[in-house]
Design a protein around this ligand. Structure first.
Ligand SMILES: [Zn+2]
Length: 77
């Protein structure tokens, strides 16, 4: 092997709108049970660190947050 990758990416991706194609998050409102798909973008997301995902129910306007992790790694293939 002629190269070796050390460490894990950390820090912020400096992109205002980091879209996640093919990713859908199924959201169920904890208040009214309304179900919808979250398809959006993350602003300046940190990688490999929990990120707050702020949600608002489209039916009853309840607001809450969950945490997600955007995992990024570099590997030899
Ligand atoms: Zn709701």
């Amino acid at each position: 092997m002629s190269i070796e990758i050390l460490g894990q990416p950390k820090g912020e991706i400096e992109v205002k709108r980091f879209y996640l194609p093919e990713v859908q998050i199924n959201v169920i409102c904890p208040e009214c049970g309304y179900e919808y798909l979250w398809e959006n973008y993350l602003s300046y997301p940190d990688v490999n660190t929990p990120i707050g995902l702020y949600l608002a129910c489209r039916e009853c306007d309840h607001n809450w947050s969950e945490q997600i992790i955007l995992k990024l790694s570099v590997e030899l293939v």
